[in-house]
Ligand binder design. Structure first.
Ligand code: SF4
Length: 303
């Protein structure tokens, strides 16, 4: 039984074949790091923790070729999604963005363009550009929403508010672009009611997918310092599973679950270790839905 609408299911339905996502580092930076908004970054951010190519300066073309070769050899992969993953992937002059996104046009096996960014780094010109790929590709923008609570966003050092996420989501959804919302669960001091409020708020918005991230500590971050001082608690696996189920129960059954849990490279992960046991998390989520006798969407209230 399918308890939720997984990303794999969405890909099979859309492309009728297995599609692999290639995480890319286009060399963009972030206004929350370069001094425009802040020099501190979000409290959990370690840029080395992003894609496989984090910390490298390889040309995009080489990154794509290397990943495709690997995935073709290992999994007989045929189709691919170019996922602009590192840092803020709409934070550059429009010509630089066009040049970066256009790289995918040299690869006929690429079928999707996914762009991860902050909600305060988008405008009409950038949306026009991104929409221009929609005739040839499955186009998504994934916004780092994280929470619908401004107090939480402030504690995380995000340097944006929820109303900026709201505006970005609404503006983007008017285009031929699918909107994904990146959400962090297990945030210190956020109650179950806070999480449910974020879920119910997002469920009323024109989003096509949600990507879940379990709060975790990476090396060389402000969160690591807080964690080591005992100032921040991390979610246990059972707590996280409960929150993910609470959240999904309130989303539309049509909303794609782009990811159930984040993982992290071993060399930068401090805690909790369970996030890297992805299959175990998936099993626990299924067991929890079974125990509750619920599934994604049971408490969804269409607007
Ligand atoms: S917005 Fe993204 S890239 Fe920028 S500091 Fe936060 S997590 Fe890092």
């Amino acid at each position: 039984m399918d308890y939720y609408y997984s990303f794999n299911k969405y890909l099979r339905k859309t492309f009728s074949t297995k599609v692999h996502r290639i995480g890319l580092n286009a060399g963009f930076t972030c206004p929350n790091r370069d001094g425009t908004l802040s020099r501190d970054g979000c409290i959990f951010c370690n840029e080395k923790g992003f894609s496989h190519f984090a910390g490298t300066a390889l040309p995009l073309k080489t990154q794509i070729e290397t990943s495709m070769d690997f995935l073709k050899d290992r999994f007989n992969a045929e189709k691919f999604i170019a996922y602009f993953q590192n840092a803020t992937n709409t934070y550059a002059p429009i010509d630089k963005l066009r040049e970066s996104y256009d790289t995918i046009r040299s690869f006929p096996d690429i079928v999707g363009l996914y762009i991860s960014t902050r909600p305060d780094c988008i405008d009409r010109e950038k949306l026009d550009l991104i929409e221009s790929y929609s005739g040839d590709y499955d186009v998504w923008i994934e916004y780092g929403v994280q929470s619908a609570h401004d107090a939480t966003l402030e504690k995380m050092g995000r340097s944006h508010t929820f109303s900026q996420s709201l505006n970005a989501i609404k503006e983007t959804s008017r285009r031929k672009i699918k909107v994904g919302a990146h959400v962090i669960l297990g945030l210190d001091k956020e109650t179950k009611e806070d999480v449910i409020h974020t879920a119910e708020t997002l469920a009323k918005l024109p989003i096509s997918g949600v990507k879940f991230h379990a709060l975790h500590v990476l090396r060389d971050t402000r969160l690591e310092r807080l964690f080591k001082k005992g100032d921040i608690a991390l979610p246990e696996l059972s707590q996280y599973v409960g929150l993910v189920c609470d959240f999904m129960e309130r989303l539309s059954p049509e909303c794609v679950i782009l990811r159930l849990v984040s993982d992290a490279k071993k060399e930068v992960l401090v805690a909790p270790g369970w996030i890297n046991g992805k299959q175990a998390v998936i099993e626990e989520v299924k067991n929890e839905f079974k125990r509750r006798m619920t599934r994604q969407g049971v408490y969804y209230r269409p607007v």
